[in-house]
Write a protein that binds this ligand. Structure first.
Ligand code: SF4
Length: 96
């Protein structure tokens, strides 16, 4: 991928973000930069907490389980802005 931002022409939903739940600290950088409102910071559902590492659980408790949730994944155009913006390196783009 060589282009980012508005220049990106990937079809919506071809790629999507994957969030490393052991890394995300809910700092909302992805929510702020995504042009397509793919993310919303909110409370990580209990069902998604059980698979976390010990450190991940400690971080989750420390941040009151606030993490970036994917609420509009079909709109992703794979611009890569969220990947670069995340201070925890928690986001990767994957083909869906
Ligand atoms: S790559 Fe990230 S910032 Fe870009 S559209 Fe997809 S979710 Fe939004």
């Amino acid at each position: 991928m060589s282009e980012t931002g508005a220049a990106c022409k990937a079809s919506p939903g071809t790629f999507g973000p994957r969030i490393d739940r052991n890394r995300c600290e809910g700092k909302a950088a992805c929510q702020q930069v995504c042009p397509y409102d793919v993310f919303q910071v909110g409370t990580l559902p209990r069902a998604e907490r059980s698979g976390l590492s010990f450190i991940g659980k400690l971080k989750g408790i420390g941040h009151r389980w606030q993490q970036a949730l994917i609420v509009n994944g079909d709109a992703c155009r794979a611009c890569g802005l969220c990947v670069g913006a995340c201070p925890e390196d928690a986001i990767t783009l994957v083909r869906r």
